[in-house]
Design a protein around this ligand. Structure first.
Ligand SMILES: *Cc1c(COP(=O)(O)O)cnc(C)c1O
Length: 384
């Protein structure tokens, strides 16, 4: 035996070689208690467990696994991805500056706009897919916190994490990466210098579209991390033990799911790329993608489940294509075992995010790629 660290596939499949000491079970028990007893001398039965808003063994097991997968020092679960993002954002004081990427998950954009306005935090947004623009913005704005999302949703562009981290650190800023679309199977932002990585665990980490959860992982113990921990524990954006248990269950198959979804997505992207009803496909696995070479170094595990593509014609044509699909489900969200498609313009049209009417966002699941391609083929009929 060597001390070589275990690979993510092994860590997740075995839940870090989990063994329930009480029974020998290889699966963690679901302990729903919110409170934990003390003995005659008033000592806790187990000093780690007092009250479940601060976490219970099932939460800590999921956090330990995420810490190892991301190569961090600590992780915190939240009741949703947005709860994690809000806990991060709330660490910036009045008068401080947040630098936020344009064209990312709309919930993050809207929350940040509202929060920063209410709390007199300066919000600067930048097209971070343009590396020079991002560097210039960090240098001139000297933010406290930089929040980027890669691959971005729904534009599916990549940000060079190492370059962003170097620029941020040079002005004393900290860098957080929303890595929801990548997952720790495909990319590890902390290894490129990010200070925090976050996930909507609702998506690929759980992968079964049946749990709402979020996670933040820190590269090191910082003042901000202590504030985030206090916020999670006291503001109470904690998830229940059953959700944490389901998340653990989902993560056991994460590596396989991501591998299959990535392979399916590449096959689907190649099919769409050659189709005359498709004007443009955004998928980092395509050689034509502007960040393909960055994707090869920053996402060594594969290119993920998420893509977007533009239909020739107008918004009605895009909706008609989505409407003809029989296998791919018309629904929001991403990273589940089932393929889902969404017309983001319908959702975002009043938010000023500039999502084109002709764009469809597709999250590819683990079905057989032939079935997905056949479904898209019959939906992409020529216009009259
Ligand atoms: C879904 C999503 C979120 C928000 O997560 P919830 O779990 O829905 O709160 C944040 N970032 C990205 C990239 C997402 O896709």
């Amino acid at each position: 035996m060597t001390d070589r660290p275990l690979r993510p596939e092994t860590i997740t499949a075995q839940l870090d070689h989990y063994l329930d000491e009480a029974t020998g079970g290889v699966v963690p028990p679901l302990q729903p208690s919110t409170t934990f007893a003390r003995d005659e001398a008033y000592a806790l039965h187990n000093p780690d467990n007092t009250y479940s808003r601060y976490g219970a063994p099932v939460h800590r097991l999921a956090e330990d696994i995420l810490t190892r997968l991301e190569g961090g020092t600590d992780a915190l679960l939240f009741s949703s991805g947005m709860a994690a993002i809000a806990a991060l954002g709330r660490t910036v004081r009045t008068g401080g500056t947040i630098l936020l990427q344009e064209g990312i998950y709309h919930g993050t954009t809207v929350w940040m706009r509202n929060f920063c306005e209410r709390r007199a935090v300066r919000l600067v947004t930048v097209d971070a897919l343009d590396g020079d623009a991002l560097s210039a913005a960090i240098r001139s704005e000297k933010p406290d916190l930089v929040l980027l999302e890669t691959p971005s949703n729904p534009w599916i562009g990549l940000v060079d994490i190492k370059r962003a981290a170097d620029e941020a650190h040079a002005v004393g800023a900290e860098l957080a990466i929303d890595s929801t679309a990548a997952t720790p199977i495909l990319s590890r932002p902390l290894s490129f210098g990010a200070d925090y990585v976050l996930h909507s665990a609702t998506k690929s980490l759980n992968g079964h579209s049946d749990v709402l959860a979020g996670a933040l992982i820190a590269a090191r113990e910082t003042e901000r991390w202590a504030a985030i921990r206090a916020d999670r524990n006291l503001a109470g954006a904690m998830l229940g033990p059953f959700e944490a248990w389901l998340l653990l269950r989902g993560m056991r198959t994460m590596a396989l799911r991501i591998e299959r979804a990535s392979a399916n997505a590449l096959a689907v992207a190649r099919f769409l790329d050659g189709h005359d009803r498709v004007a443009l496909v955004r998928y980092p696995g395509l050689q034509s993608h502007p960040h393909h070479s960055l994707a090869r170094t920053q996402m060594p595990g594969g290119f993920g489940c998420l893509m977007s593509f533009d239909i020739t014609g107008d918004g009605a044509d895009a909706l008609a294509v989505a409407g003809r699909l029989k296998t791919i489900i018309r629904a929001t969200s991403l990273g589940g075992v089932e393929s889902v498609i969404e017309h983001r313009h319908t959702i975002e049209k009043d938010l000023g995010t500039g999502v084109p009417e002709t764009m469809l966002r597709l999250s590819v699941g683990i079905e057989h790629s032939d079935d997905l391609i056949a479904d898209l083929e019959q939906a992409l009929i020529p216009t009259e």
